[in-house]
Ligand binder design. Structure first.
Ligand code: FAD
Length: 450
């Protein structure tokens, strides 16, 4: 017969590990973590590029300095993770047109205000009535049309929504954001977390309760337990399962359920938008971009919305690294993921030559993460509709029989962030613990009956 555990946790990202840790620390040592890839960390992932560690996934600890402490910031501080303060808000004063001229700050500020007003107006429309209504009510003069307006609209919607609507991360935890710039990577935080409940030696996790390269393909569940089937033909049994695969994976057909998930569940899963966010790293032999105060972020204004718009230099994080990062999202991310990196490098160089002149040298190296095409991710993070009723997120989070759902997409307040994943994992761990204890009490009273 197949091995049986009290709890199987699917996925060793921040939420899965946080859930496992709660269980282990509360006496449920009989657990098994099945991870599809060959490493822990999930969407927290560093890679060597040039001479430094760059973060392909989560890069910032967002929400610092507010009324409530951000738990991820606290862990990072305790571990002495090296971070560096980031101020996006300067980006709007470094907007280049296609001839390399920087827009005067007055024009940039006006366009910014217009974009914020337009977004707020749209949001109010959505709040009061249907989305259709919102489009009708929107003052057409506020619709972004020119390259600078399109660029600002892109930045606002894909990066700075907090300017438009309150986002718990910034309201509760504070408005500051810190870039992780540590050779050990953001993922160091996860290794240290794992070390607290899994057996490790010389920086490696050797505990056989963590199994890597185990792609879960099937979950068969009943009143008595869950049978988990992996791609390599193994079968595992558990009293409970905690599933931490991303919203993108849940929307895909990677994992099948028997009996199938109920309609309310699949409908909620479909309703959640997935955001694809791609940081492309480019390495140069020398710097040709400005590096003084307020210059870390800059914007390229093109007539195509989101076309190599948002740039960052890495000199604050790693002086002398000569690395630039450009961020693409959604359709642009998917387009770039499907072409060769050489093609992408060429496109990026045309953009950089527009901004900094024809004489600049080609990048010597490029790194293009592919979150969308990764079948264990299929997204970068969840993006709930601006005014979504809480029902959607409650349904995505709600257990189905003995299968419990966790991950950043199940965090009501902090979806989309590392701390969202962390807190969601703790929450799910506690819920399952409670469930186990209740069952134990019931079984005990049954046994004690004469
Ligand atoms: P994951 O980390 O995805 O963990 C789920 C795990 O499940 C993965 O390891 C996966 O391999 C595994 N898995 C999936 N399917 C299966 C299966 N069938 N069988 C077994 N295992 C499976 N957050 C911030 O706070 N700040 C940022 O600056 C930031 N920037 C980001 C930039 C990018 C490019 C991306 C991708 C994300 C960013 N985020 C950021 C979001 C943050 O990374 C996530 O919210 C968080 O890491 C999600 O953790 P999780 O545990 O929910 O999911």
């Amino acid at each position: 017969s197949s091995p049986r555990s009290a709890v199987i946790i699917i996925g060793a990202g921040v939420s899965g590990l946080s859930a496992a840790k709660v269980l282990a620390e509360n006496g449920i040592g009989d657990l098994l973590i099945l991870e599809a890839s060959d490493r822990i960390g999930g969407r927290i992932r560093k890679e060597k590029f040039g001479d430094v560690s760059v973060e392909l996934g989560a890069g910032w600890i967002a929400g610092v300095g507010g009324k409530e402490p951000n738990p991820v910031w606290e862990i990072a501080a305790k571990l002495g993770l090296r971070t560096c303060f980031s101020d996006y808000s300067n980006a709007r004063y470094n907007i280049y047109d296609r001839s390399g001229k920087i827009f005067p700050s007055g024009i940039a500020a006006d366009s910014y205000k217009k974009a914020v007003d337009s977004a707020i107006q749209k949001l109010k429309g959505v709040e009061s009535n249907s989305a259709e209504d919102a489009t009708n009510r929107t003052d057409l003069s506020l619709t972004p049309k020119t390259p600078i307006e399109l660029a600002i609209d892109f930045i606002l919607h894909d990066f700075e929504m907090a300017e438009v609507e309150p986002i718990s991360t910034y309201v509760d935890f504070g408005e500051r954001e810190f870039l992780v710039a540590d050779e050990r990577g953001y993922e160091y935080l996860l290794y240290k977390m794992a070390e607290e409940f899994l057996f490790t030696s010389e920086g490696k996790i050797l505990d056989n309760r963590l199994k890597l390269n185990k792609v879960v393909r099937g979950l068969q569940h009943s009143r008595n337990g869950v049978t988990v089937k992996t791609e390599d033909g193994c079968v595992y049994e558990a009293d409970y399962v905690i599933l931490s695969a991303s919203i993108g994976v849940l929307q895909s057909d990677l994992i099948s359920f028997r009996p199938p998930l109920p309609r309310w569940k699949t409908e909620a899963i479909e309703k959640c938008d997935v955001m694809v966010y791609t940081k492309i790293f480019l390495k140069f032999p020398y710097k040709f971009w400005p590096c003084g105060p307020g210059k870390e972020f800059f914007i390229y204004a093109h007539e195509r919305r989101g076309y190599y718009t948002f740039w960052q230099h890495m000199e604050n994080a790693y002086p002398g690294s000569n690395i630039l990062v450009v961020t693409l999202t959604n359709d642009e991310s998917k387009r770039v993921e499907s072409q060769s990196d050489e093609e992408t490098l060429k496109e990026a160089m045309v953009v950089l030559r527009d901004m900094f002149g024809p004489e600049i040298t080609d990048a010597t190296d490029i790194l293009v993460p592919r979150w969308w095409n990764n079948r264990f991710q299929r997204c970068s993070y969840s993006n709930y509709p601006m005014i979504s009723n809480n029902q959607v997120i409650n349904d995505i989070k709600a257990p189905v029989g003995r299968i419990f759902f966790t991950g950043e997409h199940t965090s009501e307040r902090f979806n989309g962030y590392v701390h969202g994943g962390h807190l969601a994992g703790i929450d799910t761990g506690k819920t399952v613990l409670e469930e186990i204890r209740q069952n134990d009490t019931q079984n005990q009273s049954f046994l004690l009956e004469p």
